[in-house]
Design a protein around this ligand. Structure first.
Ligand code: ATP
Length: 255
């Protein structure tokens, strides 16, 4: 197996006085696409925010590209799409400016050069938003905001993409566009960890699913075929690739 790009071992975190991560083990290897699944409040966002350093951990170890997270500085290698939020947070900015902000980590002395501007334009093309480049982000719909945030993450041409529900609020046609974009990124070797509620058009891309429940890993293995009826509490799921005598996996995604 190739080297781990993300590694969490026994990670615990509290928010307020509430234990939110209660000993998470999670490894994502180079080139893998791993979906983080689980019910609302199970700790998915907190887990990925602990990886990018937005949530302090109280125990365990996190490594990114083999470096302890505390010492990791090479953020240009990482693209992050936060859980759905407006791209500018009410600040007046154009679509290009937001996406360009994702390129700054690669720009020397914070100055964008021709190649950087091209990367920004390319990222906008990848998410089908090139025609809105000059528009104010405040004039975009929720799903368009989401696509701009994805373009911002892609603009630094990251080796690792961490995305929190990237498809939230995105219509099906645009989901297909984004799935195709992601497929190309993955084919080019990008590693992906993403929070999802439904596998949807991304399903064929997912190598592994990690299901959280109450801040613990409930399942780490083949993705469930459907995050719907099949995932209801108590439903015994046998993955079609599993051996015939394999133990059913209780995904319990929604419990
Ligand atoms: N800032 C905060 N302060 C206190 N508790 C928080 C805070 N943010 C999240 N929590 C709590 O931590 C738990 C995990 O939240 P988290 O956002 O990680 O869940 P999630 O699995 O991503 O959920 P969802 O599917 O709803 O996005 C929840 O019980 C939530 O109430």
């Amino acid at each position: 197996m190739s080297e781990p790009v993300i590694s969490l071992r026994g990670v615990t975190a509290e928010l307020g006085s509430r234990p939110v991560l209660r000993g998470i083990d999670l490894t994502v290897h180079r080139g893998e696409v791993v979906a983080l699944l689980g019910a609302n409040g199970s700790g998915k966002s907190t887990a990925i925010r602990s990886v990018i350093g937005q949530v302090p951990v109280s125990g365990g170890e996190i490594e990114i590209f083999g470096t302890p997270r505390r010492r990791f500085r090479d953020w240009k290698r990482v693209g992050y799409v936060p859980q759905r939020t407006t791209a500018a947070g009410g600040v007046p900015a154009t679509v290009t400016e937001i996406v360009a902000s994702g390129r700054l980590s690669r720009a020397r002395f914070g100055v964008l050069r021709k190649a950087d501007h091209e990367a920004v334009r390319h990222a906008l093309e990848l998410v089908g938003m090139a025609d809105r480049a000059k528009d104010s982000v405040n004039a975009l719909s929720g799903g368009q905001h989401q696509r701009v945030l994805i373009a911002r993450a892609l603009a630094s041409e990251p080796e690792l993409l961490i995305m929190d529900e990237p498809m939230a609020g995105v219509d099906l046609a645009s989901q297909e566009v984004l799935a195709q974009t992601l497929r190309e990124q993955v084919a080019a070797g990008t590693t992906v960890l993403l929070v999802l509620h439904e596998l949807g058009p991304l399903e064929p891309l997912i190598d592994r699913a990690v299901v959280l429940r109450d801040g613990c890993v409930l399942h780490d293995g083949p993705p469930p075929r459907a995050v719907g009826q099949h995932a209801l509490p108590g439903h015994d799921h046998v993955h079609p690739h599993a051996a015939h005598d394999a133990e059913p996996i209780r995904t319990g995604l929604l419990s």
